[in-house]
Ligand binder design. Structure first.
Ligand SMILES: Cc1cc2nc3c(=O)[nH]c(=O)nc-3n(C[C@H](O)[C@H](O)[C@H](O)COP(=O)(O)O)c2cc1C
Length: 321
């Protein structure tokens, strides 16, 4: 698919995920075949107030078309947030969050709450698109709840106001992350707009990626939770889409090398303390399904220095397979 001047190859995008898709994780996913990545969501209001922590989330990774995701509900502040994000790092696009269901966000009129106010959603897309010279995209859900599924109308409104692609997570806000994602609604969006549509929700394997594309007619799939500790999924999806044999995940030893590389990138970006706290969940994800790994998972839950992380990884490489 095409996004502005970027040609995005057949493959899968890595979904924006707060607390997960930091520079380290996005970098290794891109290195293993993710064709598009997005930062964690960043508050436009916090950028407006110069919040350092929010700016620190705005890192651009190499290896894939990379966007910054912002949230908020004030068109002017969103436009300013987009400009500030681009001034901070040369992102390839700006993504507007219209899908976050969390009370802290949606209860504030941000994220998925924008789906309840299409004129405001349109105004925000127009304001951001006019303020920046990179493509602006939107990520939304099916609707607020099952009585108000309106993503087709939202998508048309976003297109009319200048959005250059839309990602649809096939769940309502009320579903949060449970139930089964509806890929049929994504097809309705695909038929209603001429901008690229990215399908998201429950793409957990190369087979699911193929089924999702077939069912939804979408231009690209986006993978969220299934990528935790598994950047190889992106290469597998790419192979499946080009009709090649799906490569196996490499042996544990090699997988742990990648986990360590991810940690080192995160540490260089945000410092040892935070990188170690976050490595606790990432390393545990890399061990999902690994037999006899409980003792190591226990050690992982306590790592607090880079040396701890390196020692645990070496131990796993020595003792497990
Ligand atoms: C921990 C976590 C954090 C998330 N943070 C964001 C976010 O910052 N912005 C966003 O648009 N979606 C966010 N999402 C939603 C995902 O991008 C994605 O839409 C959702 O997980 C469905 O895809 P999946 O079924 O492949 O996981 C988050 C999801 C999870 C699990």
């Amino acid at each position: 698919m095409q996004l502005g001047t970027h040609v995005i190859e057949a493959g899968a995008a890595l979904a924006p995920m707060a607390g997960v898709t930091d520079l380290g994780f996005r970098t290794v996913c891109a290195a293993h075949g993710a064709v598009l990545t997005v930062t964690e969501m960043v508050s436009s209001r916090a950028l407006h107030y110069g919040d350092r922590k929010s700016f620190s989330l705005l890192t651009k990774n190499e290896g894939a078309v990379c966007g910054a995701q912002i949230f908020g509900n004030d068109p002017e502040i969103m436009a300013e947030g987009a400009v500030l994000a681009l001034r901070h790092a040369p992102f390839d696009f700006i993504d507007i969050n219209m899908g976050c269901p969390m009370p802290k966000i949606a209860g504030n009129g941000d994220g998925c709450a924008l789906m309840k106010n299409l004129p405001l959603a349109g105004e925000i897309v127009r304001a951001v698109s006019s303020a920046v010279d990179v493509p602006v995209t939107v990520k939304a859900r099916m609707g607020w709840d099952k009585g108000s599924v309106n993503v087709v109308e939202l998508a048309k409104c976003c297109e009319e106001n200048g959005a250059q692609a839309i990602t649809v997570h096939g769940r309502t806000r009320a579903m949060l992350y449970s139930g089964v994602a509806d890929w049929d609604i994504i097809k309705k969006v695909r038929q209603a707009v001429s901008i690229p549509v990215i399908a998201n929700g429950d793409v957990v394997s190369p087979e699911a990626a193929l089924r999702c594309l077939l069912r939804s007619g979408a231009d690209l799939v986006m993978v969220g939770r299934a990528a935790f500790g598994d950047p190889w999924l992106f290469g597998q999806i790419r192979a499946a889409l080009s009709g090649q044999e799906i490569p196996e995940r490499p042996p544990l030893r090699e997988r742990m090398d990648v986990a360590l590389r991810q940690f080192e990138i995160a540490m260089a970006d945000k410092g040892e303390h935070i990188a170690c706290l976050e490595a606790r969940k990432h390393l545990a994800w890399y061990l999902r399904g690994v037999a006899y790994s409980n003792e190591y998972k226990d050690r992982i839950s306590r790592v607090s220095t880079a040396d701890d992380v390196r020692a645990v990884v070496r131990g796993i490489q020595r003792d497990l397979r």
